[in-house]
Ligand binder design. Structure first.
Ligand code: ZN
Length: 165
């Protein structure tokens, strides 16, 4: 069973890599953040349009050859998941996603994540965890009004707090 499920999720990731959703730039974006994952060479530029506390639009681009399939598919699925949502909901989703890719969620919690669950398999590949969470780190910085550049390098960027507010 898990084999076919894995295959299904792998197909979903490849499909989003081939045809990423929300790929492009928002000309009048409120926030633009460049995310870098030096370990893999992934780069993603995320632009976010906000209306008060709501994410009304979010898009990303990766320069050609600067985004592996996982980082691009993750950015694609992330933008689709948070578009139209309040910032607080997007942050809560980031926390759950981060636990997902570190293998810290139960089956039931994973199921609640819908298609984002496709990345559960990366928990077996520590290097890939950074690819999968790159776009989310960029989003986090954009929403927090933080740095315009983020890196998945642990020395520069600690793990997000998992404690409740
Ligand atoms: Zn990568």
């Amino acid at each position: 069973m898990t084999v076919s499920t894995d295959a299904l999720y792998q197909e979903l990731i490849l499909e989003h890599n081939r045809k990423p959703r929300n790929f492009g730039e928002i000309p009048d974006a409120d926030r633009v953040v460049e995310g870098r994952n030096p370990l893999c060479g992934d780069e993603v530029r995320l632009s976010v349009k906000l209306d008060g506390d709501r994410i009304t639009d979010v898009k990303f681009v990766s320069p050609p050859g600067k985004g592996c399939a996982i980082s691009k598919a993750s950015a694609s699925l992330m933008t689709a998941a948070v578009k139209g949502k309040p910032a607080a909901d997007a942050e809560a989703l980031f926390e759950r996603f981060h636990k997902l890719v570190r293998g810290e969620l139960s089956e039931e919690e994973q199921r609640a994540l819908g298609s984002l669950r496709a990345f559960a398999g990366v928990s077996k590949f520590p290097m890939r965890v950074k690819c999968a969470s790159l776009a989310w780190h960029a989003l986090h910085s954009a929403l927090a009004g933080g740095a315009a550049e983020v890196t998945t390098d642990d020395r520069a960027h600690g793990p997000p707090t998992t404690e409740g507010a």
